[in-house]
Design a protein around this ligand. Structure first.
Ligand code: DGJ
Length: 696
């Protein structure tokens, strides 16, 4: 890893396998020069641009690191402002660049107005991920109005069209993969809901002729949980660019005198070995550099969550009964979900009243917490802090705290309104209620839920109401950070009707995320694959429940097999389980504890695909390649039978591995397992196996 500052203002970021090169050209434009395989660094230059003609301008042709609105530039821009004298153009000059260890700062300023832009690039040893963001400063003494402010622009090297992977998910159907080839014009992936949402994802994955194991893949993901925009374009010169940042939909920001706006970061990278290598790089990067430090290197506990078993009908007796059964299975953390507070007997009342419901818990919540603790488990609690039901004491006392316009109907969704999180009194109320619960009760885990998008976003407290989208998101992050600072032993999960806030921005603050309200094991086989494209496996909570959408009940072993490919949880109604089922649960939880270090921290090799190959074959390998665990899972195979040589990837060719499969103890080299494989018959409904592999 190194940052090279060359003559003629050329800067080379050298990562493990790549060069990312930028600079300044003879016209003074900031220029993107190269992103990809390493070359001789002395060869790099900011090449001249063709002569312009009356329709094709130099600025239009330039590949830039950050494009601003103004002059003879007719493509999309990353920054658009209005200065106090109503001028809406930016004209930049290069100020200088400096490298401090692993951080390059490349500074530009407007030639006339007090506007400065610092482009930031951070690299680290051992991977090809670059963290990019921009810092926009008003160095003058009058306000500057900002109408668009993206974090980074990335130019892809090939003049041929790229295919972009993104998602077209929904509640209960998150992460559904899409592919679109961009030949000309634009592709936009965004959210306008106030959260990153279930639908499109704040990332791009661009490739040509790549698959899971080979080919060039460029990718980048915005670490942000609010309204985002990923804008991919291919122009008349066949240049493909991607800009990522805050959505400019209903956006405006007043940059005050001497204020610096720091954009959310983009993590971007290049894999020469397909999507698998991309995911492994991002997985390791996210564990080491994104997830909060308290728990990033700790094994996540096996949890039980009461939602699917009890919904709102919670009380000490029934929760204790569930806790007893969960602890017998080996569960380490018991989480009581919705229903414990206010008049929360259904989803029509109580949100906002974060006081323990005395009818349900006449002796207080500590009775249950003590029971759980005596069983040897930690206790966790659900909140939905950003919301209020009109039927709640909070709303009756402060109707003005919900987003609204006096002249418009504030629409409820799931009978609830969104609190105006940009108000300090609202932030204080939420922090104080949660802090009080954490201070006075032995709570070690919070599930922070968010079950509807924003609407009727009147925020009369703000001078510039369009700032509310960003300010709302930042308020959530800041309350989470404050709670963690005061209660460093408490882990916090991000949930938004399932995976509606499961982006890497959330993972800079929350320790893990709820993946989806769809806990059907067959659906999860594919959802979990798409989740792990750019997000860490460790953060992906996966529960074993009693849900069965397909009317073909999968065995408990099968359901455990799928959930054990993430951070395991249990969520079924254990009081209805037979003795035998409870034993199966215990056996699997015990096994999970033996292999979870591989699942949560290992390198994932997706060898066979649940849809394409009818069999899911995932291998998680330890960093030193001395240990691995393989999951073989098939909902059903065509003709009820499939003969395959199981070929393993990611192992060390030279090492010899032992494991038991098909009733036999095997001892074979990594090379043999990769090239020859183990003959296996996968047969019937719900075939599943977990194979523990060790190097001798
Ligand atoms: C939506 C979440 O995704 C569920 O897990 C559960 O917590 C419910 N909300 C509770 O209302």
């Amino acid at each position: 890893m190194a940052i090279h500052i060359l003559k003629d203002n050329i800067f080379v970021l050298e990562t493990k396998n790549t060069h990312y090169v930028l600079g300044v050209d003879k016209y003074g434009y900031n220029r993107h020069i190269h992103w990809g395989k390493k070359c001789n660094i002395n060869d790099y230059e900011a090449k001249d641009i063709w002569d312009e003609n009356s329709n094709h301008t130099r600025l239009d042709m330039a590949k830039q690191e950050f494009t601003v609105f103004g002059g003879t530039m007719y493509r999309e821009s990353d920054l658009k402002v209005q200065f106090p004298d109503k001028c809406r153009e930016i004209d930049l000059e290069f100020v200088g660049a400096e490298a401090e260890e692993n951080l390059l700062t490349f500074t530009l300023k407007d030639k006339h107005y007090p506007l400065q832009i610092a482009l930031k690039y951070k690299i680290q040893d051992n991977d090809d991920i670059i963290t990019r963001w921009a810092e926009i400063t008003n160095t003058g003494d009058e306000d500057i109005t900002v109408d668009r402010m993206f974090s980074a622009e990335l130019t892809l090297p090939s003049t041929n069209p790229y295919t972009f992977k993104n998602t077209n998910g929904s509640w209960g159907g998150e992460y559904v993969e899409t592919e679109s080839t961009l030949e000309g014009g634009a592709l936009v992936f965004d959210s306008k809901r106030g959260t990153s949402g279930h639908n499109q994802s704040p990332y791009f994955i661009a490739y040509q002729n790549a698959d899971e194991n080979q080919g060039d893949v460029y990718f980048g993901t915005l670490a942000y949980s609010g309204n985002f925009k990923v804008l991919c374009t291919r122009d008349l010169f066949y240049t493909t660019r991607v800009s990522l940042g805050l959505n400019d939909h209903d956006f405006r920001y007043i940059l005050k005198a001497n204020e610096t706006f720091v954009t959310p970061v983009v993590y971007c990278g290049y894999s020469m070995n397909g999507f698998g290598e991309m995911s492994r790089q991002m997985n390791r990067f996210a564990i080491n550099n994104v997830l909060p430090k308290q728990f990033n290197d700790k094994l996540l506990p096996v949890l039980y969550n009461s939602w699917e078993a009890t919904e709102f009908d919670v009380n000490c007796k029934h929760q204790t009964a569930l806790a007893k059964l969960a602890s017998k299975m080996g569960v380490e953390l018991f989480v009581m979900d919705d229903g414990w507070f206010g008049a929360r007997n259904h989803d029509r009342a109580g949100l906002g009243d974060w006081f323990v419901n005395k009818k349900k818990f006449p002796k207080g919540i500590d009775e249950l917490i003590n029971n759980v603790n005596k069983l040897g488990m930690d206790f966790g609690l659900w909140f939905e802090p950003e919301m209020v039901n009109p039927d709640s004491d909070l709303f009756r006392a402060h109707p003005e705290w919900a987003y609204h316009y006096d002249t418009r109907e504030a629409h409820t969704l799931r009978h609830q309104l969104v609190l105006n999180m940009t108000r300090e009194d609202v932030q204080e109320y939420i922090f104080n209620r949660m802090d009080e619960m954490l201070t006075n009760h032995n709570i070690k885990y919070i599930k922070w839920d968010m079950n509807r998008p924003l609407s009727e976003t009147g925020a009369e407290n703000l001078d510039c109401p369009q700032e509310l989208w960003h300010r709302h998101n930042q308020a959530v992050y800041s309350i989470v950070d404050k709670l963690k600072e005061k209660h460093p032993d408490v882990a916090i999960e991000s949930c938004s009707s399932g995976g509606g806030r499961s982006d890497l921005g959330a993972m800079l603050h929350f320790d893990q995320v709820w993946t989806s309200d769809n806990t059907d094991s067959i659906d999860r086989m594919t959802m979990q694959k798409w989740f792990t494209y750019l997000k860490p496996t460790k953060a992906m909570r996966a529960w074993v429940t009693d849900i069965n959408w397909y009317n073909s009940p999968m065995s408990l072993d099968f359901r455990f097999n799928v959930a054990m490919q993430g951070s395991l949880g249990v969520g079924g109604n254990l009081t209805k389980y037979s003795k035998e089922d409870l034993e199966i649960g215990k056996k699997n939880v015990t096994l999970y504890k033996e292999i979870r270090h591989l699942v949560q921290f290992g390198d994932l090799y997706r060898i066979l695909d649940a849809k394409k190959d009818e069999i899911l074959f995932n291998l998680y390998v330890s960093e030193d390649k001395n240990e691995a665990v393989a999951f073989l899972t098939s909902a059903h195979t065509g003709f009820m039978k499939k003969e395959i040589p199981l070929k393993f990837m990611g192992l060390d060719d030279e090492k010899v591995y032992t494991f038991n499969l098909n009733g036999r103890d095997w001892k074979k080299s990594g090379a043999y397992l990769k090239n020859v494989g183990i003959p296996t018959t996968v047969r019937g409904m719900g075939y599943n196996k977990i194979i523990k592999i060790k190097a001798v």
